[in-house]
Write a protein that binds this ligand. Structure first.
Ligand code: G6P
Length: 617
């Protein structure tokens, strides 16, 4: 949800801001803008609608803007449609037009998040003579900072603090003041932002990959904290304006990890990283045949119920986890969408553990669900990919997936790493419950996953051919039972989110209760069928759709060759313990979504209307 960057130092700011923004486009790409300062001269604000390239062309790659201090923004619209006038940065002056050009305003800022009470604040400001040019909540914040700055005349930290106390909502803010030409002020509440420093230069960004080519030394800003950034130095303050001490953290991955490495898209690169990610996540918690988790055994031993709470693909990983944990450990599991869980008035089992899953560690609904669970006195374990993220910091226990930075909006490798964390949790619970005596056979089976994923990837041309043949379709259905159903949810999401083909995943046995009426001649049905006990039943459901004209592509385990008599196209995955089959069946489904989108000429890494990190409700 929107990307923010800032720079102050001895180099020209605009090219650095553009490069950093290009690494954040996955957060939003409806419009973009920068504001650059050259000492005491007026701030230059330039904005453009559409992708970042439009902004870059407008300022000749940054060469037409002079100054060593600046802020930038790439937008995912919430309040106010995508347009130049609504694009950030926003300015405090009562200017006409789009708030661009040379501006004399006292305050210029970029914002990520949502200000819930912006209407009430806007009325207050209008009574005090402020006029608004845009329809954004962000312009209201900028003007409110200006109002307090002028009214109390106690400097930027005081003005921002007074503003933060008045606004309700979420924000990451990057603010420049006319009177402080080489400084940037940063504040956050429930929206990510980090600060980095290097020799005489300082950087701000929504996410680490944006500034990795400049520095690996970063500071994480806590909720309701502020930072004052000058060239090469940074100071932190609390809401009272008192200085807070903070140590920088060395980022554990390099800039190369955030590059495409010769792949056409990040998504394809990340699909190919899955063998490594699976291995790394496994080895991060399994050492010498023993599972070592941060969650203490006594927390896991006594639970009667597990609530898994997440959004999007992380929720789908939880769905797979539900089947595996219930089967292996016999612990009842409920998987909840975070956006529903947080408003449901359900009675929670007091002897439960809440497990939240999140790649970014910043998803607003998941974070809110975590806080709700803690408020109700339940222990919360988080499965998170981004180190130091809000969810990781607020959970009682963390299980980090080791997927590295994921750039493509549609997740692949983080989902695969989340599956591993689900299996490990299941095995650990099963050991503690004495449902199994020995984890070794299951752990050795997990060790085979990376090479089996590689085998599937070697066959990708076959999926590419199939995708090209079906790229024109309007609808697709993904069917399966049990773990295959859970895996099909992710397969269906991959297809719809990047190829814009309507697709649904359905429990195969439920099709006939309504949805089968949508099957027409040549409707594409992807049947996932890897579970021995359910094989015949799922096959019958697939045949039911075939008799109504569907074209069936099946994904099954190698050796189940009889399926070919009943379906039109088959993909075999290497044999694997059925509990872990989702880790293999998802690979051809990811490839199918990817190749369908490529065949339709779409922007695979930045699908329309989506953002990778959803920090608004
Ligand atoms: C967005 C992303 C999805 C992701 C979901 C949850 O919708 O596009 O890929 O699964 O958010 O994100 P999280 O970071 O919490 O896993």
């Amino acid at each position: 949800m929107c990307g923010i960057v800032g720079f102050t130092g001895h180099h020209q700011a605009a090219p650095i801001l553009l490069e950093a923004l290009s690494k954040l486009e996955y957060r939003g790409y409806d419009s973009a803008g920068v504001a650059v300062r050259d000492g005491e001269k007026p701030t230059e604000v330039v904005k453009a609608t559409g992708k970042l390239i439009n902004l870059s062309q407008k300022i000749d790659g940054g060469r037409t803007l002079h100054g060593c201090c600046g802020i930038g923004h790439t937008r995912w619209a919430t309040h106010g449609e995508p347009s130049e006038v609504n694009a950030h940065p926003h300015v405090s002056g009562n200017c006409s037009g789009t708030g661009s050009g040379q501006v004399e305003s006292e305050v210029v800022a970029v914002h990520n998040g949502i200000i819930e009470n912006y209407q009430e604040l806007s009325e207050k400001l209008q009574k005090n003579g402020y006029r608004f040019y845009s329809r954004t909540d962000s312009e209201v914040v900028v003007k409110l900072i200006d109002y307090y700055y002028r009214k109390y005349k106690m400097g930027p930290i005081d003005a921002i603090n007074r503003t933060l106390v008045r606004v309700r909502g979420t924000y990451a803010l990057c603010v420049m003041f006319k009177d402080y030409p080489d400084e940037i002020y940063v504040a956050r509440k429930d929206a990510p932002i980090i600060v980095g420093t290097a020799e005489g230069e300082s950087y701000v960004a929504s996410d680490v990959p944006a500034i990795l080519s400049y520095t690996r030394k970063v500071y994480y800003i806590d909720n309701l904290e502020l930072a004052r950034i000058a060239p090469g130095e940074v100071h932190f303050y609390d809401l009272n304006g008192d200085e807070v001490e903070k140590e920088p953290v060395d980022v554990p991955f390099s800039e190369e990890a955030a590059r495409k490495d010769g792949f056409e898209h990040f998504m394809m690169k990340e699909i190919h990283e899955q063998p490594k990610v699976v291995r790394d996540t496994l080895h991060s918690v399994v050492k010498d045949g023993k599972i070592a988790l941060e969650i203490p055994d006594d927390v896991l031993e006594n639970i009667e119920q597990l609530y898994i709470v997440a959004c999007g693909s992380a929720y789908h990983a939880g769905m797979v986890g539900q089947y595996v944990i219930e089967d292996l450990a016999g612990v009842p599991v409920r998987v909840e969408l975070a956006s529903e869980f947080r408003y449901r008035k359900m009675k929670l089992n007091k002897k439960a553990l809440v497990v939240v899953i999140s790649q970014s560690g910043e998803t607003a609904d998941t974070l809110a669900a975590l806080r709700l669970a803690k408020e109700k006195g339940l222990p919360v374990a988080a499965i998170v990919n981004v180190v130091g993220s809000s969810i990781a910091r607020e959970a009682d226990y963390v299980f980090y997936t080791v997927a590295g930075p994921e750039i493509a909006v549609a997740t692949t490798k983080a989902y695969s790493a989340q599956l591993i964390s689900m299996y490990i949790l299941a095995i650990k619970l099963a050991l503690l419950n004495h449902s199994i005596d020995d984890a070794a056979p299951l752990l050795s089976e997990l060790e085979t996953l990376p090479s089996k994923i590689e085998e599937i990837l070697k066959e990708k041309e076959r999926i590419q051919w199939f995708a090209a043949k079906f790229a024109h379709i309007r609808d697709a259905f993904f069917l399966g039972r049990g773990i295959d159903y859970a895996a099909s949810m992710e397969g269906s999401l991959k297809m719809k989110e990047i190829s814009y083909i309507h697709s649904e995943s359905y429990a195969a046995g439920e099709m006939k209760h309504g949805t089968i009426s949508l099957i027409e001649d040549q409707t594409l049905v992807i049947g996932i069928n890897t579970q021995k006990e359910l094989f015949e039943k799922t096959l019958s459901n697939l045949v039911e759709t075939r008799s109504r004209g569907a074209y069936i592509a099946a994904i099954t385990q190698s050796g189940c060759y009889s399926i070919e008599d009943n379906v039109n196209f088959t993909v075999y995955i290497p044999r694997i313990n059925e509990l872990f089959s989702a880790s293999l069946t998802v690979i051809p489904m990811q490839l199918l979504g990817y190749y369908m989108a490529v065949a339709r000429g779409l922007d695979v890494d930045k699908p329309r209307n989506l953002a990778k990190s959803v920090t608004v409700e």
